[in-house]
Design a protein around this ligand. Structure first.
Ligand code: DGJ
Length: 708
């Protein structure tokens, strides 16, 4: 059989089928970082190494067969290839001829965006159950030009992200050396608080914004994730990507198929900037729900009131929402619970009836109040959870994830409902659907989830299959999300899990945006949004101006304006000058919203001390980025001074040197008409934008336009 090529343009694989039918990887990406074709066959890495084929390295697949045999040998049986919308689908069917097992390596290419999705389907063809101990979604190899003597910049370099609650998207950029670097997450419900399922890998040396080879990897999985980077003595880097196999042996019955999560790859030989812009286009088109639709300006009451509000307070907040020009009022936690009112986080979860003490006229008065003020209305729910102090738990104490005989340990005073059981899924989906049916004025829902699983057990699985829980639970949660999204397709959904606990490209299929973190301090947010922006377009990243960190309001607004803008502020407690800042921010955001949410992102100055040579002289004390519209005729530039520093021009990129632009500051501190500057694109690209102030916690926002 000839070599097999799977190509989405710049990103792709080439496989070799050996005489014995073994499938080996010849190239991944654009061919630069893969072993050469003339290497001895044994030198080419297996495309999907099994335990038993290559015992010296971590396998992609390890299975105990029905008869107790622990090794697997796969040979290629068939290659199906067919055209698909915007690309191709390939299915490489591998079989174990002695231990009947079928393993399909599946690929979906997207030629317009140079993106490859890949996943694996393992089917048991034996007379009894087999146990899949681990099954990667993808295990590509790179030649790792590492090793002593290559210097600091030599590859491979890995960018990864994580850090825990309120510290999501903490960025580490490090050089990989011999050994295995494992990045993983656990806990099932909010795994990405610990570890983001996204990474950037520069196999041949550190990449910059506009130079170097770099691959973006994203596991589209809402459950536990494992990403492992193994550099062997032969300078081969193998990357293992998939659902975390830890404590997750999957028992597969005869005829049943285990489908791994999808791994998404995009590749660039011209640095991270072009990679980001390509990934954003793909995410908007294929990963996030309604990715081409502009999002509203949201005012949320959480950081304004926490649980302490009543109808009058909410209506007063809506008055102010209208006054500043907000478009959607989002009522957060604390509106429900009758016998166990939700005055704090100890009670009420699961009882989705309005608390009439706080809201005597029900949600109806609020949705009407919003409509009367020309606002949309959104509501917070945490549908997968229950407080023991709730009517739901009193009635159905056994509907939770638990293990027989074990104490049910609480997290944030709550337990996880067992959505592995169809009747629990139906109950939860009905509860949300009923709320939306009874309150047609709700057009937005914030779906939260505030604890991890601690006793992973369910009666939905027999005693000898309890370790299927982690996979089945993640799939059951997705089924629930899909049901809710389908029941009210017009309702926009935000995905939140104690902040950024569920930020992945799989879950976004049902959601319009994510809540990136409960840390809304704008100085931290500049760095978090910068990190997440390597993968997520701003249309999917909610960012609200708040009081956190005690920063100046114009600065907080300018930071939130570079993503999906909103407020989490007590607008009723603002001074007139502060309200004026909010009003200017809303007006400014309206002028640039299409650019921010749908434009091309150019990173200009890195907020990280190590910076990028090509992304400005980033010493970590300032940051700048731009979003550029179609044909580069309009752009918006955001510059943030994080620490005191020396004044410096803001470098620009992405403009058309042949056009003439007018750059108008969007000044959030004054109503006075700002002084505009007119210059050619070439001049602006050479000189940047003058930015006089270097005082910390100040920001500059400019709208650039060139008449058609
Ligand atoms: C965690 C979320 O991240 C917050 O925004 C808020 O909705 C609280 N939960 C409410 O309990």
């Amino acid at each position: 059989m000839a070599d097999i090529e799977i190509s989405a343009g710049a990103t792709g694989y080439r496989f070799q089928v050996s005489r014995s039918g073994r499938l080996r990887q010849m190239a991944f990406g654009d061919g630069i970082a893969a072993p050469r074709r003339d290497d001895h066959e044994q030198g080419l890495p297996f495309a999907y190494p099994t335990y038993g084929e290559d015992l010296r390295r971590a396998p992609a697949l390890r299975v105990t067969h029905h008869d107790g045999v622990t090794t697997t040998r796969l040979v290629l049986d068939d290659h199906e290839r067919r055209a698909a919308d915007g690309g191709e689908e390939h299915r490489l069917r591998l079989v174990d001829r002695d231990e009947p097992l079928e393993v399909v390596l599946a690929f979906r290419t997207w030629a317009d965006d140079d993106v490859v999705e890949q996943w694996v389907e393992v089917t048991n063809r034996q007379a009894g159950p087999v146990t899949v101990h681990e099954a990667a979604a993808a295990t590509p190899c790179f030649s790792a030009a590492s090793g002593d003597g290559d210097g600091d910049a030599a590859g491979p370099w890995l960018h990864h992200f994580g850090g825990g609650w309120a510290a999501e998207w903490g960025t580490v950029e490090e050089r990989l050396t011999y050994g295995t670097k494992v990045l993983d997450s656990t806990g099932g419900v909010q795994p990405h608080l610990l570890r983001s399922p996204f990474f950037l890998l520069s196999p041949a040396g550190r990449s910059t914004e506009d130079g170097g080879t770099v691959v973006a990897g994203a596991l589209a999985w809402g459950g536990n994730v494992r990403l492992a980077f193994e550099v062997s003595a032969h300078r081969l880097l193998r990357v293992w990507c998939g659902a975390n196999p830890h404590a997750a042996d999957y028992v597969l019955d005869p005829g049943a198929t285990l489908v791994t999560p999808r791994m998404i790859w995009a590749w660039s030989s011209a640095g991270r900037g072009p990679l980001t812009r390509r990934v954003h286009r793909w995410v908007r088109r294929h990963a996030v729900r309604d990715g081409g639709r502009l999002r509203p300006i949201v005012v949320n009451n959480w950081e304004a009131t926490f649980f302490a509000f009543d109808q009058a307070k909410l209506l007063a907040l809506m008055d102010r929402t209208r006054a500043v020009g907000g478009e959607l009022f989002l009522l957060d936690d604390g509106w429900f619970g009758t016998d166990h009112p939700r005055d704090d986080d100890t009670a009420g979860l699961g009882d989705w009836q309005v608390d009439r003490r706080k809201l005597p006229d029900g949600l109806e008065a609020l949705t009407r109040g919003a409509a009367e003020r020309g606002l949309r209305f959104g509501l917070w729910v945490e549908p997968e959870m229950v407080n023991p102090l709730s009517t739901l738990y009193e009635r159905y104490p056994d509907r939770v994830v638990a293990q027989p005989g074990r104490e049910r340990r609480l997290g944030r005073h709550q337990l996880v409902l067992d959505t592995c059981r169809p009747e629990v899924r139906a109950f939860v989906a009905d509860a949300v659907a009923r709320l939306l049916d009874e309150n047609p004025g709700i057009s937005y829902v914030k779906w939260d989830a505030n604890r991890a699983v601690s006793e992973p057990g369910t009666p939905a699985l027999p005693a000898d299959r309890q370790s299927n829980f982690w996979i089945d639970h993640a799939l059951a949660t997705w089924e629930l999300m899909a049901t809710v999204a389908a029941s009210h397709p017009e309702v926009e959904l935000m995905l939140c899990a104690s902040g950024g606990g569920r930020v992945d490209l799989g879950s976004l299929r049902w959601f319009h945006e994510v809540w990136l973190s409960d840390n809304t301090d704008p100085v931290t947010r500049v760095r978090m949004q910068w990190a997440a922006g390597h993968f997520l377009p701003a249309v999917a990243v909610a960012a609200h101006a708040t009081r956190m960190g005690g920063r100046p309001l114009p600065f907080a607004c300018a930071v939130a304006m570079s993503a999906r803008f909103g407020f989490d502020l007590d607008l009723t407690g603002l001074r007139p000058d502060e309200l004026a800042v909010c009003r200017r921010a809303v007006a400014g955001y309206r002028a640039v919203r299409d650019l921010v949410q749908l434009g091309d992102l150019w990173r200009l100055v890195s907020p990280f001390p190590e910076g990028d040579a090509a992304a400005g002289a980033g010493g970590g004390e300032r940051a700048a980025l731009a979003y550029v519209g179609p044909d580069a005729r309009r752009a918006v530039v955001f510059a943030y001074q994080l620490e005191d520093g020396a004044p410096a021009a803001v470098p620009l990129a992405g403009l058309d040197p042949t056009l003439t632009y007018t750059a108008r500051p969007i000044d959030l501190t004054t109503d006075e008409a700002p002084l505009a500057l007119t210059a050619s694109g070439a001049e602006l690209l050479r000189d940047g934008l003058p930015w006089a102030t270097a005082e910390r916690e100040t920001a500059g926002v400019w709208l650039l336009g060139s008449p058609a």
